[in-house]
Design a protein around this ligand. Structure first.
Ligand code: NAI
Ligand code: MG
Length: 477
């Protein structure tokens, strides 16, 4: 069959109205930061500055926590769950109504393809609010005792890979359970969180229930260390997760940490190989590989290695890298220059250590941050690209002969967030899944998310669960 010619199909960005500068969202209003610091947020596909946002200092964090505290005491905690639910349903509906605008803004600020922000991120964001809205008046029947209580003020720090989705994962369960929130978005992707602040205004959410403080690491540290924060929720690097665990050790604060991963995607010889190839591509190149649960270690049974690899390369050659706002784009921009540097560095180490990189021919744009989808073959378990999180579109391919060897290799990692199994045999899925030390195990699929399903890790991938009924527990006493 002949291939169709490619024609660009750009999404209009006219739907997104951006102000040149944004303040902090504290007590229901946008306010300037106390010391006037600013951060520029750029579009990683063009390096164009999209907007300036405020850099919150300790005094601003203090103000935000105070606003959250009084909203907690005076309004949100006393409010019956069925009333809180109405606000969450309203927020969910507004997100669904404004999803096109939010998807375009997410792609602009983050670099992810519009196909993903429109079809994955935004539907999941709305679904998360709908889901937890449903729990708000049923907490007495959630299995956490007859009358579970909120914790108080939650300090939440989120990363840049799924900016609005991570916000939803943090804010929806916190609000449903009667807690109030101070959230710090990542410094490279603050814009959808600020748009969410406007949605809180539009929904008439009582002032102070949600506060958004923008800034970088020091702002996050000030929030986590604030003495009047009762609960800390963090998603990001294991390194910062460790620092946070140390900072709150010995305090009464409750903590959940969702950190890195190095998931094994295991393909047995009896698997439907074409379907597996789709899952491998989705597992390692979805969101440019900026996914904590990415299937970045492919374990292939030796007997099907050649066939699978040929088919994977054929599929990778059809991936389109480029303008995130083009509806045909599969891989968008790497989120920041710093992240691109990290990916290049680790890929370079892979080559030095003797693994062989392969990428399909693809033309990368001149401006912005880009990395071609890459696989490394000849990888052993000792290689750093098989052990460390790359957080980019890079897949390490290893092989195995027996199921036992597959399990041993899959578990040979300091992480334990997710894993994938590809086989026609249901009994094998159950037997292998049982032995994998990973919080989520997908079978004959990968990177599937649903608000009803708990998510979280073992070992250095962190602790606590988000999503589902389990996700309520982290916000209840
Ligand atoms: P990071 O962990 O530094 O950033 C995540 C969030 O934590 C951001 O909002 C940041 O401002 C904040 N933060 C930084 N230092 C902090 C501190 N001391 N206290 C409180 N908050 C702090 O991650 P970064 O530097 O952007 O990425 C580095 C690597 O981390 C990536 O290459 C990737 O391997 C991993 N990562 C994993 C994520 C995941 O979803 N598990 C998300 C982002 C990064
Ligand atoms: Mg940005």
């Amino acid at each position: 069959m002949s291939r169709f010619e490619y024609a660009p199909a750009p999404e209009s960005r006219a739907i997104v109205d951006l102000q040149p500068a944004y303040g902090l969202f504290i007590g229901g209003e946008f306010v300037p930061p106390a010391d006037g610091g600013v951060i520029k947020s750029v579009n990683p596909a063009s390096e164009e500055v999209l907007a300036e946002v405020a850099e919150a200092g300790p005094a601003d964090v203090d103000r935000a926590v105070a606003a959250a505290r009084s909203a907690y005491q005076d309004v949100w905690r006393p409010m019956p769950g069925r009333e809180r639910a109405k606000y969450l349903f309203r927020i969910a509906r507004i997100i669904a109504e404004r999803s096109r605008e939010l998807a375009v803004l997410e792609s602009l600020d983050n670099g992810k393809p519009i196909r993903e922000s429109r079809d994955a991120d935004l539907p999941l964001v709305a679904a998360h609010f709908f889901y937890y809205a449903g729990w708000a008046d049923k907490l007495n029947h959630a299995g956490f005792g007859p009358d579970p209580q909120p914790l108080g003020v939650a300090g939440q720090v989120i990363p840049w890979n799924f900016p609005l989705l991570m916000l939803a994962w943090k804010i929806a369960p916190a609000l449903a359970t009667g807690n109030t929130v101070v959230l710090k978005p990542a410094e490279t992707t603050p814009l959808t969180a600020l748009r969410f602040a406007e949605i809180c205004q539009q929904a008439d959410l009582p002032p102070g229930v949600v506060n958004i403080v923008t800034g970088a690491g020091p702002t996050g540290a000030a929030l986590v260390e604030h003495p009047d924060v009762d609960k800390v929720a963090f998603t990001g690097s294991t390194e910062v997760g460790r620092a946070i665990a140390q900072a709150v050790a010995g305090t009464r604060k409750r903590v959940t940490l969702e950190l890195g991963g190095k998931a094994a995607n295991i393909v047995f010889e009896d698997a439907a190989l074409d379907q597996a190839v789709e899952g491998i591509v989705n597992g390692s190149f979805f969101n440019q590989g900026h996914v904590c649960c990415a299937g970045s270690r492919l374990l292939v049974q030796e007997s099907v290695y050649d066939e699978l690899l040929a088919s994977l390369k054929r599929r990778m050659a059809t991936l389109r890298v480029g303008d995130p706002l083009d509806k045909n784009t599969d891989l968008g921009a790497i989120n920041s220059g710093a992240q691109l540097e990290r990916i290049r560095n680790l890929a370079g180490i892979g080559e030095q250590e003797g693994a062989q990189p392969w990428s399909p021919p693809c033309q990368l744009p001149d401006r912005g941050y880009w990395f071609a989808p890459t696989i490394f073959t000849g990888v052993t378990q000792a290689h750093r690209i098989a052990r460390e999180e790359i957080f980019g579109p890079v897949l390490s391919v290893l092989t195995f002969r027996t199921p036992d060897e597959a399990v041993a290799k899959a578990n040979n990692t300091p992480y334990g967030l997710s894993a994938g199994i590809w086989t026609e045999k249901g009994s094998r899925i159950l037997a292998i899944a049982d032995r994998l030390r990973a919080g989520v195990v997908w079978a004959n699929t990968f990177n599937k998310f649903d608000p009803t399903s708990p998510f979280g890790g073992y070992k250095e991938s962190g602790y606590g669960r988000e999503g589902g009924r389990h996700g309520l527990e982290a916000y209840l006493a």
